[in-house]
Design a protein around this ligand. Sequence first.
Ligand SMILES: *[C@@H]1O[C@H](CO)[C@@H](O)[C@H](O)[C@H]1NC(C)=O
Ligand SMILES: *[C@@H]1O[C@H](CO)[C@@H](O)[C@H](O)[C@H]1NC(C)=O
Ligand SMILES: *[C@@H]1O[C@H](CO)[C@@H](O)[C@H](O)[C@H]1NC(C)=O
Ligand SMILES: *[C@@H]1O[C@H](CO)[C@@H](O)[C@H](O)[C@H]1NC(C)=O
Ligand SMILES: *[C@@H]1O[C@H](CO)[C@@H](O)[C@H](O)[C@H]1NC(C)=O
Ligand SMILES: *[C@@H]1O[C@H](CO)[C@@H](O)[C@H](O)[C@H]1NC(C)=O
Ligand SMILES: *[C@@H]1O[C@H](CO)[C@@H](O)[C@H](O)[C@H]1NC(C)=O
Ligand SMILES: *[C@@H]1O[C@H](CO)[C@@H](O)[C@H](O)[C@H]1NC(C)=O
Ligand SMILES: *[C@@H]1O[C@H](CO)[C@@H](O)[C@H](O)[C@H]1NC(C)=O
Ligand SMILES: *[C@@H]1O[C@H](CO)[C@@H](O)[C@H](O)[C@H]1NC(C)=O
Ligand SMILES: *[C@@H]1O[C@H](CO)[C@@H](O)[C@H](O)[C@H]1NC(C)=O
Ligand SMILES: *[C@@H]1O[C@H](CO)[C@@H](O)[C@H](O)[C@H]1NC(C)=O
Length: 480
Amino acid sequence: MVAAMRLAALASVVPFLSSTFAAGIPPVRRQETSSSAVPTTSPSSSSQLTTVPASTTSLGSAPVTSPSSASSLSSSSDSSFTSSSALTSSAPVVTSNTSSVATTTPIPSTVSATPAPSPTPVSQPSGGIGFNTTPTYKPQSDFDFQSLNLGLHQELIELDLFHHGLAIFNESDFAAAGLSEDDMFLIEFMADQEVGHATLISNILAPNITQQCTYQYPNFTGVRDFIDFCQKVTRFGESGTIGFLAHLDAQDTASLLMDSITTESRQQMVFRQFEGLFPMPFWFVPSITQSMQWTLLSPYISTCPAENPAVDWTIFPPLTILDNPYFPDTPLDNNTEPAITHNRTQATYLGREVLLSWEAPGAQTGFNGSFTTHSSAGQPQFAAWISQLNTTYTALSNITTANGTTNATTIQPGGEVYGNGTAALINGTVYAQLRSLPQCAADLLYRFLLVTDAAPYVTPYNLSEIEPHIVAGPALYSSG
Ligand SMILES: *[C@@H]1O[C@H](CO)[C@@H](O)[C@H](O)[C@H]1NC(C)=O
Ligand SMILES: *[C@@H]1O[C@H](CO)[C@@H](O)[C@H](O)[C@H]1NC(C)=O
Ligand SMILES: *[C@@H]1O[C@H](CO)[C@@H](O)[C@H](O)[C@H]1NC(C)=O
Ligand SMILES: *[C@@H]1O[C@H](CO)[C@@H](O)[C@H](O)[C@H]1NC(C)=O
Ligand SMILES: *[C@@H]1O[C@H](CO)[C@@H](O)[C@H](O)[C@H]1NC(C)=O
Ligand SMILES: *[C@@H]1O[C@H](CO)[C@@H](O)[C@H](O)[C@H]1NC(C)=O
Ligand SMILES: *[C@@H]1O[C@H](CO)[C@@H](O)[C@H](O)[C@H]1NC(C)=O
Ligand SMILES: *[C@@H]1O[C@H](CO)[C@@H](O)[C@H](O)[C@H]1NC(C)=O
Ligand SMILES: *[C@@H]1O[C@H](CO)[C@@H](O)[C@H](O)[C@H]1NC(C)=O
Ligand SMILES: *[C@@H]1O[C@H](CO)[C@@H](O)[C@H](O)[C@H]1NC(C)=O
Ligand SMILES: *[C@@H]1O[C@H](CO)[C@@H](O)[C@H](O)[C@H]1NC(C)=O
Ligand SMILES: *[C@@H]1O[C@H](CO)[C@@H](O)[C@H](O)[C@H]1NC(C)=O
């Protein structure tokens, strides 16, 4: 009942929800018919994101979309919303409804783009790539296709996840977590952003488009638990995407994905702020590989339509951190309310013993049970900590194996990204020296943790060289 009421409210935010999400059917992206500039594919399949061939969208040299079409992509511009009259405070808050005052000014019409003569180009320094080609915004290789398809899976789960939380928790539940209706609307708006991002990637991948799957989330104990999960999902989504952008053959496409992933980075930060954590406790967002991202994402996808394109990334054996700190319940300090920022004290520390457990390869996993976990590594020897620009190794101890599961311990390492006095990699004891950063900035971030059979030197651009050595993982270590 409550969920139904929430859905009714959501349906007014995102019109396509009313007939689809409420019935458990994946959302359909509807294009306003008033736009003649953007032909759509057949609307016959209601379970598909309506797709627009990239070459005919407003990208590149194609016609500019009409204002009505543009506004249809932004459900939040729906006039059914009114900003709260109680909004008089200008004090900083995590979210506030500061929508612009309604205007009666007629929407000005725009002019369609038309071919223009190409006089001498404006001079610029020599070099750079991609200036003498017309962008096509299509995958140029299997690598591109599979990377984008992974990105689409990521967008689709986030879309479903954000709606899921808004559907299972009501205003009182959010209020108990210190979150207002404005904050709830921000989550809904983030879901709308996912619609846009999924549309973008679908346009690029058409006609081979992954459709919405069904998902299996943890049984959230409350809103803070849900928010923490969102923070983790957006963390590996962001790290996975920035890991492959510079490797794409289609750099025109990479530029579009960059435009979407920067938005997703902000989502990740907002979820941290909703938890009262330090918003961006790093100097550099770590990159991970597609197979690392898929290893983290795939357990939450339960079933997918059989017609979905295959996913060709590897799923490594799952790695569990048995003593991972858990933010919502960790008594970091007495101030865990949502905030723009808090000086939250460390959740972990240099020298902490970390308990790891992982499975042998060969287990059936992934959506429709259609994947098998894989590792080509030899004997487990090291824990690899991927953080900032760096991959740091520590030795494994107390290795025991029984019934296909191996346990081991390792010790949380230190190190700073550029040496003394810069951002700590994982060293939680040097706060006094970290004048340039708040103490939580040194410690409160997730790290990707792997078990490996060797300790190769890798950097963000050649991180894939570690993959043959992965015994299990990654897992997200909640160091702060
Ligand atoms: C914030 O704006 C959204 C959409 O405009 C609306 O649904 C919501 O009720 C507003 N919240 C408050 C507290 O005014
Ligand atoms: C909100 O949902 C909770 C359960 O999650 C329930 O106990 C509570 O009564 C609901 N509150 C309202 C105002 O519907
Ligand atoms: C969530 O709860 C349901 C019903 O109790 C159970 O079947 C399912 O296994 C639980 N899921 C997780 C991830 O614990
Ligand atoms: C779609 O994917 C299939 C295999 O999954 C492939 O054979 C086909 O060439 C792809 N089509 C396009 C247009 O990429
Ligand atoms: C948190 O509150 C408890 C009890 O009120 C108090 O004993 C403790 O010192 C407080 N901790 C911090 C970090 O303020
Ligand atoms: C792991 O081994 C170290 C010594 O190598 C020991 O100090 C520690 O207590 C062991 N931890 C566990 C959980 O057995
Ligand atoms: C690993 O640790 C877990 C939790 O302590 C325990 O239940 C399990 O038996 C251990 N397995 C092995 C192989 O030591
Ligand atoms: C392995 O499985 C056997 C039989 O199910 C059980 O008795 C034993 O405790 C398990 N060992 C560990 C370390 O979990
Ligand atoms: C942590 O940082 C301190 C100060 O820079 C340094 O002395 C110590 O060796 C570091 N620990 C590790 C494990 O790197
Ligand atoms: C971290 O990576 C940066 C960039 O590659 C490098 O300059 C720095 O030395 C590394 N720091 C550590 C502690 O390895
Ligand atoms: C870092 O600081 C420690 C202690 O302050 C000092 O011993 C060490 O030489 C410094 N390392 C570098 C690379 O400056
Ligand atoms: C926050 O932490 C930083 C670094 O430890 C410290 O300099 C600053 O005084 C702290 N601010 C507050 C309000 O505690």
